[in-house]
Design a protein around this ligand. Structure first.
Ligand SMILES: [Zn+2]
Ligand SMILES: [Zn+2]
Length: 311
C-alpha cells in the first residue's frame, strides 16, 4: 500500500525553503515597492502589470489548478490545460501536482485531523480561533505532512506534459517575475521601469494573490454564510466573489466539488467559471459537470421555520 503522506527532513527542508522564498520574501517585496515610489511613482504601467499578472495567475489557480486539475470539473484541450497550469505555477503556490494532492487531502479531511490547513482544530475560545487562523492562513506552510502524489494524484502522474510542467515549477515562477520586468523596461525604455515592473507585477502581485487564496482556507472555514449542507465548516463570502475569481463561494464548492461553477447561479459572480464558459464557447473546453437544479436544491439548508410540518 502506498503511504498517504510523507514526512522526512528533506521534504521539510524544501517546504521551509519554499515558505521563505515565496511566502516571506514577497512581504519585503511590498516594502521595497513602497520605497521605490520615491524613485518612480505608481502609474498606469504599474497598475496594468499588477492587475494583468494578478488576473492571469489568479485564473490559473482557480480555473486550472483547482477546478480542472484537482476536481476534474471540466475537460480542455492539452494546450489550454498546459497554459492554465503554467499560469497557476506563476502564483508561487507550489507545483501543480503537489497543489492538487494537498487540496484533495483538504477535501478528504476538511476540518478534521489530517486537513493540512483547518482553522478549527486549535482549541476552544478566542485563543483557539486566533491560533487556528494564523495556522490555516500562513503558518501551516512552513512544515507539514506532504501528501503522497502517488496516492492523491495518480491521474495527473499519467499526464506526461503535466508532470513536465510541474517539474519546471521554478522556471515558471521566474518567468512570472521576468515578464513584468521586461514589459516595464520596454515600455519606459529604462531600468527603473524594469525594477518597478518586477516589484508591482511580480512581488506585490504574488503577495496580494496569495493572501486572497489563503483567506479562503482560513477565514471562509470560520466566517460567512452557509446555504448548503456540507460536513465541514466552509462558508461563502459573496462580497469577495470578484476579488477571489469566484473562490469565495467556498461553501457551494465544498457542497458540490464536482461543479465547474462555484457560484451555481448566474447572479453569483464567478470569474473562474466565466473563463470556463468562454473556453467552452470556443470549443476549447467541454464536459462541464454543473449539477442540476434538483441536486442543488436537495442540499439547501432550510430555515428553521420551514421544518414545521405545514411548511
Ligand atoms: Zn476544492
Ligand atoms: Zn475548504
Amino acid at each position: 500500500m502506498t503511504a498517504k503522506t510523507i514526512s522526512n527532513p528533506y521534504i521539510h527542508r524544501l517546504q521551509m525553503r519554499h515558505f521563505v522564498l515565496f511566502d516571506v520574501l514577497p512581504i519585503f517585496g511590498v516594502v521595497a515597492a513602497v520605497g521605490f515610489l520615491f524613485v518612480r511613482p505608481f502609474g498606469p504601467l504599474e497598475f496594468g502589470l499588477l492587475f494583468g499578472m494578478w488576473v492571469v495567475t489568479g485564473l490559473g489557480v482557480t480555473t486550472g489548478y483547482h477546478r480542472q486539475l484537482t476536481h476534474r470539473t471540466f475537460k480542455a484541450t492539452p494546450w489550454v490545460t498546459g497554459m492554465l497550469a503554467i499560469a497557476g505555477s506563476m502564483a508561487c503556490q507550489g507545483p501543480a501536482i503537489s497543489w492538487v494532492a494537498l487540496h484533495r487531502r483538504h477535501h478528504e479531511f476538511s476540518d478534521r485531523e489530517g486537513d493540512p490547513h483547518s482553522p478549527n482544530l486549535h482549541g476552544p475560545g478566542w485563543r483557539g480561533a486566533v491560533r487556528g487562523l494564523a495556522h490555516s492562513h500562513y503558518l501551516w506552510m512552513r512544515r507539514h505532512e506532504y501528501p503522497n502524489v502517488v496516492h492523491y494524484a495518480p491521474d495527473l502522474l499519467k499526464d506526461r506534459s503535466l508532470v513536465r510542467i510541474s517539474r519546471l515549477y521554478y522556471w515558471w515562477v521566474t518567468l512570472g517575475l521576468v515578464v513584468p520586468a521586461v514589459i516595464g523596461g520596454l515600455v519606459t525604455l529604462s531600468w527603473t521601469g524594469a525594477v518597478s515592473g518586477l516589484l508591482w507585477g511580480g512581488l506585490v502581485r504574488i503577495f496580494v494573490l496569495e493572501h486572497i487564496v489563503w483567506a479562503i482556507n482560513s477565514f471562509l472555514h470560520m466566517f460567512g454564510t452557509r446555504p448548503y449542507e456540507s460536513r465541514e465548516n466552509s462558508h461563502n463570502g459573496g462580497i469577495f466573489a470578484l476579488l477571489t475569481f469566484g473562490e469565495a463561494w467556498h461553501n457551494n464548492h465544498h457542497a458540490f466539488p464536482e461543479s465547474p461553477s462555484f457560484g451555481l447561479q448566474w447572479y453569483r459572480l464567478d470569474p473562474g467559471y466565466w473563463l470556463i464558459k468562454t473556453l467552452a464557447l470556443l470549443g476549447l473546453a467541454w464536459d462541464l459537470k454543473v449539477p442540476g437544479e434538483a441536486r442543488i436544491e436537495s442540499r439547501r439548508i432550510r430555515q428553521r421555520y420551514s421544518a414545521a410540518p405545514d411548511a
